[in-house]
Structures are given as C-alpha cells and as structure tokens.
Design a protein around this ligand. Structure first.
Ligand SMILES: [Zn+2]
Ligand SMILES: [Zn+2]
Length: 428
C-alpha cells in the first residue's frame, strides 16, 4: 500500500500560530490527501497532554483522533509522534562560533517519548518550548549523546530537517560540507534527509556525498491552514500499516514520489538580506552568479544570508571530478517528484484576493470536488487535468491561472530569500 506522509509539523508551542484545531486539521488532510501526519512537538509537556487526550492508538505506534464520525471522512488520517529538536555545538573551525542544526525525531509510543523527555531534562534541555534546544560543549559530546540515544532506541528515526536552510546541517552561517562533518559516526545512523522548501531532490542528490540518502519532504507547517499543511509531502510503499513498517520503509528507501515546493518559492533560495535589516528598508538579493565577493551586503556591509541555490552550487563544485565528466550526473540515483504550489494561493492570486476570503475558499472547494486531492492537479496527466479545469464552473481568470500553473507558465519574482517566500507571478 502507498502511504502519503507529512511527518514534520509544529504546534503553537513552536511559535507562529495559536491553538490548532484537530477537526480542521482532519478536514484539511482529506483535501490534501495526506494519510499520515506528524503529531508536532511531542516532547513539549502541554502539547503532549493535548495529544494524549485527543488521540487513540489505531495500529502499533500510530494514532487517530478520538471519537470521530468515520463516515464523514474519505479516509482516516493517522498521526505519528514526532518532534523537531535543535542541536548546538561550537563550530569546529572556530570554537567561539556555534553551529545550530534542526533534527527531526519520530517515536513509536508515548512511553518512549517520556523516556526521551527524562534524558533531555537530565541533560539540561528546556522542554517548555516546542523545539527543545540541546547545547553541547563540543561535537564529540554531541556525537556520543546521539549515538547513545540511537543505540538505546533503535526505533527512533533521526532525520536532519530542511538541510540547506540557515538552521539546516548543510546550510547557513558556519556551514558544514557533509553530514559526517557535523554528526561524526552518528551520520551512519541517518537514513533520510529532509529537502526543505527551498531545495528539491535533484538539487540534493547531485551532491555526491548525499546521493545515498533518501530525500523526504514535509510541510514543516505551523498551522492547519490550507496553504501550509501538506504543502510538501512524500509517498512510501509499506506492507502493513504500523509505525515500524513506516520506519522500515524509510530505511529501505521505498519511496514512490514526493511533492515539492518549487525551490524558488521557498524562503531561502537566493542569497540576500530582507528589508527590515536595513535602515532604508530596502531588501537585496542575488542569484548565485551575481553574489558579491565574500557575500558582503552592499547596503549594510554585513555578510548576507546564504541561499540554498548558492550552498548547493558550492558543494556541487567541490567535487572536481564531476565537473570534468558532466555525463556522470546520469549515474546518480534519482527520485521521482512533482512540483506543487498551494492551490488556495493560486486561486487567491488570480482573483486578487486573500486566501481567507469566502469566495476564494468556495472556488477552492469546487475545484477539489472535481480533482479529488489537491496534489492531483500536479500529478494527473496534463491533457486530462486541463480538460477538468476547462469544465469547471468557475471564473475564466481562475481557469486560465490554473492552466498556466500546470503548463509551467509562472515564475517567482523575486524568488525567496532571508526568510521571505518567493512571490508567485502567474504568466497568463
Ligand atoms: Zn526546523
Ligand atoms: Zn544587509
């Protein structure tokens, strides 16, 4: 069976939004066609209490919402326990600087989460925040700590999150050039990497040292909004529905496809500085070929935030052999994926309205009624989907925007940089 998964999400305890409504979440997962969703922030005590009160185990290590009216749903989404954590250790070239990295952890049961909580508390981590922060004296101490955890808890999966963003292992300031450089021996315990919104599997897998990892994609959503949940996800093949089967499938790279943001849409694609960093309120951004020397910002003269495009190019060019033998790129393992732009945003832009407007939401529902799941818009055969679009009883300008998106007639101007999303321009 094929399972669509979005297993890295956040609750209000990680900042951003207030209380998440499980009912709304379930409704939106139906629209998005997401079978498995991340619990978010399972290590945070208040959120864990909410999870325990709201969920009931359905299969080994998987949960469903309590007391639901089953017939209301096309399918019943499962929940997997997970949390993102932050690891920080002095940067190995310069002990005065630290490198912070986000790491996703999945858990097979609440009692395992509680054991991890005790270990983290003993280590001195503050668990009242959604994303606990583990501060190490050096990389060796961190490596020992993580090795110990992974050896004691074989069923926990550790997945470096959004690897090329500033908080990703291979991105940002004080960058690391390969997984082992930061994680040491623990790198061998890592099976999958999360692409993040600003990178796609092609960008990641063309880097030699990363070619053997499975690349997965998650929304990293901080709310149950339609343009957030399931905006990226991955589909895996499993034999039985259970936590252990899912982890086994990730470890064996049984990926069917992933659905990805266009990297230019993500918040860290270009290199630059956003407006609020500057007295004149001007933003500045560069494509990889135009970046000034040493990444110095022409406005504030500080180092700019390195974009994912730049980091990927830099790591790719490190591999001199490859540049001389371009054909070898074909030897690299590839993964199947589709690009997607949240449909509610496409409708809102074409009507020059907000994603919260009733009209936008009504049209959105009409489209979903015809296409089934939102991702079908991008995954179905082009002719078939264009026919469906043409027969929709919606305004022509929305139809032509949908067709333009599907025919690749759009761009992000500017593309994302320094925390700003790329600005979608539909070319119709
Ligand atoms: Zn993160
Ligand atoms: Zn600047």
């Amino acid at each position: 069976m094929i399972l669509t998964c979005d297993i890295h999400c956040h609750s209000g305890y990680s900042g951003g939004v207030g209380k998440i409504s499980f009912e709304k979440l379930y409704e939106n997962l139906q629209i998005k066609g997401i079978n498995l969703y991340g619990s978010a922030d399972a290590l945070q005590p208040d959120w864990r209490k909410t999870l325990k009160e709201s969920l009931v185990e359905s299969e080994e290590g998987l949960f469903v919402l309590k007391n639901i009216e089953e017939k209301k749903y096309k399918f019943i989404p499962r929940v997997i326990l997970e949390s993102e954590i932050v690891l920080t250790a002095p940067y190995f070239f310069d002990k005065k600087r630290r490198k912070s990295v986000h790491l996703l952890m999945t858990f097979p049961a609440f009692y395992v989460v509680e054991k991890i909580v005790k270990i983290f508390e003993k280590f001195g981590a503050k668990l009242s925040i959604g994303r606990p922060y583990l501060k190490f004296d050096d990389l060796n101490q961190m490596e020992d700590f993580l090795m110990n955890l992974s050896e004691r808890f074989h069923d926990i999966e550790f997945i470096p999150a959004h690897i090329f963003t500033p908080d990703g292992v291979l991105g940002g300031e004080n960058p690391i050039d390969c997984i082992e450089q930061f994680f040491g021996q623990f790198g061998k315990k890592i099976n999958a990497l999360e692409s993040g919104l600003s990178a796609d599997p092609d960008m990641i897998l063309k880097i030699k040292s990363l070619n053997n990892f499975l690349v997965i994609s998650n929304s990293d959503a901080h709310s149950e909004a339609l343009n957030r949940i399931g905006r990226e996800f991955f589909a895996i093949e499993i034999d039985n529905l259970s936590y252990f089967d899912i982890i086994d499938s990730i470890r064996k790279k049984r990926l069917v496809y992933s659905v990805e943001f266009k990297p230019e849409h993500g918040r860290y694609f270009l290199t630059g500085h956003r407006a609020d960093r500057h007295d004149n309120n001007q933003s500045i951004y560069f494509k990889v070929e135009d970046i000034p020397e040493n990444l110095i910002c022409p406005i504030c003269h500080k180092r700019m935030i390195e974009g994912v495009e730049y980091r990927v190019q830099k790591l790719f060019l490190k591999d001199k052999d490859l540049i001389n033998k371009k054909a070898d790129l074909n030897l690299f393992r590839k993964q199947k994926f589709f690009y997607s732009i949240p449909l509610i945003e496409v409708v809102a832009i074409s009507l020059n309205s907000s994603i919260k407007s009733k009209k936008v939401n009504d049209i959105y529902r009409l489209i979903i009624d015809e296409v089934g799941f939102e991702s079908n818009l991008y995954m179905m055969d082009e002719k078939k989907i264009i026919d469906i679009i043409n027969n929709l009883k919606i305004e022509d300008k929305v139809k032509s925007s949908l067709a333009a998106i599907r025919k690749n007639l759009f761009k992000f101007e500017p593309a994302g940089f320094d925390g700003n999303y790329g600005q979608l321009k539909i070319l119709n």
